[in-house]
Design a protein around this ligand. Structure first.
Ligand SMILES: NC(=O)c1ccc[n+]([C@@H]2O[C@H](COP(=O)([O-])OP(=O)(O)OC[C@H]3O[C@@H](n4cnc5c(N)ncnc54)[C@H](O)[C@@H]3O)[C@@H](O)[C@H]2O)c1
Length: 256
């Protein structure tokens, strides 16, 4: 495979599972050393072995990216081993499917922390070293829920709307210091997250069965199709794309 990230370091949160895992494999296959941050230790360590067996370089650090001390420790460990970070892919995130009136304050604070504060913490931890090196790339996983809303997902939609604005704000503030910050906004991806979302929404009467999903976006998005967009955004091919969001939904939002 093309080694366009040879000599570069990519940090991927949520990099041990779902589309994050696919991105970890893709960045490693294209020559990057990858720092995987996730709460799934076994999956993360297995992935490192897989990458090393294929001749790549990776390290796993267990951390809950919604927690400031854990983020600081994880980033310190990665910087100690790889010395720099060229690419930060803030992919970790999760979902609460619930009627708005039943959503608790605790759930609100928790999901905002996992989906949004995590990107604030990770970006704040890594940006100084990127600025010192003269630039870097940040990619945030948003969602089509950043732009469109679905019933039972008010909290999730709020977090993803915030991710989009954080992306734009970082791009605007740091453009002239060599930083590109963009978002990926997927529709349904065939991952534990996507499958759970369909199941829980359908159970609450939202039209997200597999047949509905086929109408909305034709078929499931595969995790590798998100990884492809991430490597594109991280590459020089995307050199003039900054503060943007790439929708990856096979027409879902185009048709709404
Ligand atoms: N799957 C979809 O249909 C879909 C659609 C749009 C956006 N997204 C977004 O993609 C991201 C993850 O989705 P996926 O589909 O790859 O899901 P996934 O659930 O398969 O994987 C998420 C990964 O993030 C990790 N993670 C979760 N919370 C974490 C935390 N606090 N700290 C560190 N790691 C944590 C998990 O362990 C897992 O490895 C989320 O940001 C989600 O909002 C998913």
């Amino acid at each position: 495979m093309n080694q366009r990230f040879s000599g570069m370091v990519a940090v991927i949160t949520g990099g041990a599972g779902g589309a994050g895992r696919a991105a970890t494999l893709r960045f490693a296959a294209e020559g990057a050393s990858v720092g995987i941050i996730d709460i799934q230790t076994q999956a993360g360590e297995q992935l490192v072995s897989e990458i090393e067996a294929a001749g790549g370089q990776a390290m796993f650090v267990e951390a809950d990216v919604s927690q400031a001390p854990a983020v600081k420790k994880a980033v310190d460990e990665i910087l100690q081993r790889f010395k720099k970070v060229d690419i930060l892919f803030n992919h970790a995130g999760t979902l609460i499917v619930k009627p708005f009136l039943e959503t608790t304050e605790t759930e609100w604070d928790w999901l905002m922390a996992v989906n949004v504060k995590s990107m604030f913490l990770m970006s704040q931890a890594i940006l100084p070293s990127m600025l010192e090196a003269g630039g870097g790339i940040i990619i945030n996983t948003a969602s089509i829920s950043s732009m469109t809303a679905a019933p039972m997902e008010s909290l999730y939609c709020t977090t993803k709307g915030a991710v989009l604005q954080l992306t734009r704000a970082i791009a605007v503030e740091f453009r002239d210091r060599g930083i590109r910050c963009n978002a990926i906004a997927p529709g349904f991806i065939r991952t534990p997250h996507g499958l759970r979302e369909m199941e829980e929404c359908t159970a609450l009467g939202v039209d997200f069965t597999e047949a509905d999903m086929a109408k909305l976006q034709g078929r499931f998005c595969e995790p590798e199709e998100i990884a492809s967009v991430a490597v594109f955004l991280a590459s020089d091919d995307a050199s003039f794309i900054n503060g943007a969001s790439i929708t990856v939904d096979n027409t879902w939002t185009a048709a709404t």
